[in-house]
Design a protein around this ligand. Sequence first.
Ligand code: SF4
Length: 582
Amino acid sequence: MFNQNYHSILYINLEKRKFHIEQREDLYRDYLGGAGLATKLLEEHVKPQADALDPAQPIIFAIGPLTFIYPMMTKTVAMFKSPLTEELGETHAGLRMAMTMRMAGYDAILIEGKSAVPVFLSISSRDVKFQEAQPFWGMDTDTTGLFLRQAISGSGKRCILRIGPAGERQVSFACATVDDFRHFGRLGLGSVMGSKLLKAIVISADKDYDIPNTPEYRKIYEEIYKKITETPLLKKYHDLGTPENIIPLNTLGGLPSLNLQSARYADAEKISGEAFANEVLTRKLSCSGCPVGCIHIASLKHQFSEEHEYETVSLGYDYEILYALGSLIGVSDKQHILILLYFVEKYGLDAMMAGNILSWAAEGYQKGILKETDLLAKPAFGNTQEFLTILHNIILQPNDFYKSLAANPDKCAATYGGKDFLLTLKGNGVAGYHTGYGSVFGQTIGSRHSHLDNAGYSIDQGKEVPPPQGIVDKLVKEEEERCMFTSLVVCLFARKLYDMDLVVRALAALGMPRTAEELTAIGANIYKKKMELKRAFGYDFKNLAIPERFFQTESYRGMLTHEAMEELNRLYLEKISATVGV
Ligand code: SF4
């Protein structure tokens, strides 16, 4: 009988090589699943004052009560203490991981401790195997995936999550790669896995999953499926994908280029979604359980030896890639963007943070602030070869400069120069929207400093921008709502399609009735819990610490001022202090 009124949590201890499963009704009742479930488990297990890479720190993966039951309920949430920001680390990924967790029977997986030797976990519904990963240690993400597929016996549905050399060497912005084209990209999950000597996790979907077969469920499923496949809202994601945004954002004057010395890029046409589709797009993919297919795959003919040796590589691209490895660093040749992406992928780095660092290095070197003796390169906007040298050195860390850069880019810029133009907000590399206060302030105060926390960029792009109190109210309300949606866990591209009425009916059809008021309250409570966790980590709510560059370059909504930003923060602190107590 279908029952989602409790959560099955798989606890794994790497040091003791032990695991056990617990069923928790309270977690489903109070936190739904996904981001809410992970927040509560993090609160229960994290050591707020200990280092992010302390062996005792947990990594939590969580799915939602509707995962793989309704379309586009496809994402897995990862939570941990971030080595990049030393506070709340949260990142989401799609493809097969959520489906395999559902079909292996786990709503959450919590991993603690540090293995004595490199290990990979092989998880099924019946067992957790701690397997030797020494042969894979040092391998890039592609090769690791290849070898793991051969090492795991049997066939069937499974997911392979792994880290590359960046995670092994604990680069603070190392990602973890899911299957082939998706990532837990942000805030250094790869580094936390590396610190535990955890090279990879393989999850096998080896159990039948009891999909509810009631007329109500089938009716709502069909309603959602029809909406998804017929609505114009989602057409753009399948057609050109998010790269469609390049031209409109450039036209508005909101596309960061040349380290945000401008919000327009002269070569925007060359890196547009249209140009990529016409010249390098070869296929599209979907996360398991989604009919949209928004994952755009390009082919790169890559020469790996001087003796005319080539391989054809498939790489997934989206708007943030074309911004971070294109306009931001002045690279407009598609093949060059793909070559940079190829190495970012192989090493297992957060592509957005990598782009932010490369653009900072180019400007810093051009201005004589950063030295060749530290950079071991002569970076310039558009110079792909020099950028590749820097990426390589971030992994090798051959001198004090690179050790510092890999450990903490903000501290590195404070030591070596250029802090005013390193494009981080509260330590996290900025997304590609210089649209106004909604975007910059929204990312600064977002619980994980992601543009997806509260979508402030869309406030800037509305017909009229509200007054400061209106901006603050919208940002907080949106983040509370998103906490509910990411607890379900829906792909945020379906955010407008899954309105509250539909969510209430979808849950009721599965025998999990919740009112709109209950769901709203759960979202607000999860947001509050996240803020409390941040405070426990020592997060400074009062100091915005926004780099000067954001005030020097005109945004779509005009120049930003310190006074207006401070006023927004005053209103924000007033708003959240009553509930969060900052
Ligand atoms: S729209 Fe794209 S990211 Fe979202 S679930 Fe579908 S394929 Fe995955």
